[in-house]
Write a protein that binds this ligand. Structure first.
Ligand code: AMP
Ligand code: ZN
Length: 115
């Protein structure tokens, strides 16, 4: 647990966050500034600042998160139409919270350019 990390605080239930899903490895909650009708954040409980900080020992965790993303996509009803899983890294990648997380987006056409 990193004291000044927003997502550590959320995972630690220090903020009043409604979890869509939680277990011993991850918490999942709605993005406060949704970019699509479905916009969930899948956040490991372990504090890892960026993708660049992933270690060999985290391999299983990342696979676990992708399997969970697929399961949540089905449960949210966006699996068949299509969805996106995104993880941003550092400034030009658009990362604003330095505790890794995976955006699960869907419920609208995410293709760019559209069509
Ligand atoms: P990123 O910009 O990839 O680091 O993603 C951080 C995401 O966290 C942004 O999409 C924010 O809207 C979202 N966010 C920031 N604070 C909160 C919060 N308290 N609860 C839910 N989502 C948040
Ligand atoms: Zn953290």
């Amino acid at each position: 647990m990193m004291q000044d990390c927003l997502f550590c605080k959320i995972a630690n239930e220090e903020l009043d966050t409604d979890f869509v899903y939680q277990d011993d490895k991850v918490v999942v909650f709605k993005d406060i500034n949704p970019q699509a009708p479905v916009h969930l954040l899948i956040v490991p409980r372990k504090h890892i600042p960026t993708i660049l900080d992933l270690k060999e020992e985290d391999k299983e965790l990342v696979g676990y998160i992708y399997l969970l993303a697929a399961r949540l996509a089905r449960e949210e009803g966006i699996a068949e139409d299509g969805f996106r899983v995104v993880s941003n890294c550092n400034e030009q990648g658009g990362q604003t919270v330095f505790h890794i997380h995976f955006h699960l987006l869907g419920g609208r056409n995410l293709q760019w350019p559209p069509g």
